[in-house]
Design a protein around this ligand. Structure first.
Ligand SMILES: Cc1ncc(COP(=O)(O)O)c(C=O)c1O
Length: 453
């Protein structure tokens, strides 16, 4: 029996708890059921088409409906649909994927531990870092430092690492004696009179101040996203990350680059670490690794950490039933082939990425837009009440949410957080699709401005 749209909405309301959702609101409004996805477009069960400028959740880098990935999944399922990697076992797809990732990540990051999600990968990293410092006989090096507005996942440890304040009180987080948050390299809000690059050094030195306050022998690691994702796509000054490298090396603090959003071409290079000259000890990867077709993520360790754990650690008591799932691995491997040999990363870097940024920057003169910021295929518009004074609307106005809803009603998916509109389209988006996106966004900005002024 085919369910009607109405009965699906009812079933969802009665049985499905959605993540990051006010369920009461959703029940009043009714869920949207998607039925089809192709390229950069989605269609709902009423036949309405949307241009998805968020790549799902920053992940569908190769676009929807790629036959090659569907076939890779099917072929692997016919061979070995599933087996674990616990008992001295692997599959060709999983081992080849580990090798391929090591060949793409920066020099020295050669050891891959597979998980199913970015949260699990960061949680794995927390455990590995503690394990490493225990093996190094520096058991006091246990405090993590992360940043305001950071997003690193939703498990108990990774939500604690996250610097979005609303993620903490519902579940009594952050964990005690675990993490310290420092200020964000958020020039538009916190730059004051400083020039952009000058502010980058100041923001990085907040890390040094925090390490000195805690004592370097108590600090395990620093974690940050090369460009912020969910926190508002803040793009750091070029001075920021090299200074962070210097500080981490000086105080023997491990540097974790959370590349869950920035990885796999999003910033114009394979990794945000390459775009910003970050020299990480550990990388978190997810999302673009499989373009979201199947769940797979990983923690990638440098040789220093991996060799300590391998040579001196004995059995590492850690792992997931689906670590290195062969079907997810086969799909990820094919996805990396498309990004690499299919020239998608290159196309985004030199073709559509610059065009995307140029078109977005045309909104910089809009009376509602305080700042346009971005790199490659990720960007945000910060909406303001007063451009001169950089004055935000009061948060109860929900100006970005209003604009997002207008876009949605006109067939464009864009994300709102605080007063920011965020976008990270599939890397395969064409120039004419970018034009279509900008036309809807421009009208929505005009109408939002009229509504609020
Ligand atoms: C930078 C970053 N790290 C970690 C995560 C957590 O990944 P997941 O939702 O797969 O657990 C996310 C998710 O959006 C993210 O943006």
């Amino acid at each position: 029996m085919k369910l009607t749209n109405h009965s699906l909405v009812e079933l969802d309301q009665n049985h499905h708890i959605h993540p990051f959702t006010d369920s009461k609101d959703l029940h009043n409004n009714g869920v949207r059921i998607l039925e089809k996805a192709e390229g950069v477009y989605l269609w709902d069960s009423n036949g309405k088409r949307y241009l998805d400028s968020m790549s799902g959740l920053w992940c569908v880098n190769v676009g929807y409906g790629r036959q090659e990935l569907i076939e890779a999944a099917s072929a692997q399922m016919k061979k070995v649909s599933y087996y674990n990697t616990f008992f001295g076992t692997s599959t060709e797809a999983t081992t080849r994927l580990a090798h391929k990732i090591a060949s793409l990540t920066p020099e020295g990051l050669d050891h891959v531990f597979f998980t199913n999600s970015g949260s699990e990968a960061n949680d794995t990293i927390v455990k590995a870092v503690k394990f490493y410092w225990n093996l190094m006989e520096q058991p006091n090096k246990k405090t993590f430092i992360s940043r305001a507005y950071g997003y690193h996942g939703v498990t108990v440890a990774t939500a604690s690492l996250s610097g979005l304040e609303e993620m903490h009180p519902q579940s009594d987080l952050p964990l005690p004696n675990f993490v310290e948050h420092i200020e964000a390299p958020y020039w538009y809000k916190h730059g004051g009179d400083l020039e952009f690059e000058e502010f980058g050094l100041k923001a990085a030195r907040a890390l040094e101040d925090k390490i000195l306050e805690l004592g370097a022998n108590n600090v395990a690691a620093f974690i940050g996203e090369p460009i912020y994702g969910a926190g508002g796509v803040m793009v750091p000054p070029n001075s920021y990350w090299p200074e962070i490298n210097r500080i981490c090396k000086k105080y023997d603090v491990l540097l974790i680059a959370d590349e869950v959003v920035c990885g796999f071409g999003r910033t114009g290079e394979w990794f945000g670490s390459q775009t910003f000259g970050i020299d990480p000890d550990i990388m978190t990867i997810a999302k673009g690794l499989s373009s979201g077709y199947l769940p797979i993520a990983a923690a990638v360790f440098n040789n220093k950490i991996a060799s300590k754990i391998i040579n001196d650690g004995g059995e590492w008591i850690h792992g997931f039933t689906y670590s290195g799932h062969p079907t997810s691995a086969a799909v990820a491997l094919k996805n990396l082939e498309l990004l690499d040999e299919g020239g998608i990363v290159e196309h985004a870097k030199n073709g559509t990425g610059p065009y995307f940024q140029k078109k977005l920057n045309e909104f910089a003169n809009h009376p509602l837009v305080g700042e346009v910021r971005g790199r490659g295929m990720i960007a945000a518009l910060e909406l303001v009440e007063d451009k001169e004074k950089r004055l935000s609307y009061s948060s109860d106005k929900g100006v970005a949410g209003y604009c997002r809803d207008l876009c949605l009603s006109r067939g464009l998916i864009i994300r709102a957080a605080r007063d920011c509109l965020m976008t990270s389209p599939p890397l395969v988006i064409t120039k004419s699709e970018i034009d279509e996106m900008m036309s809807i966004l421009g009208q929505a900005l005009d109408d939002t401005y009229s509504h609020f002024s």
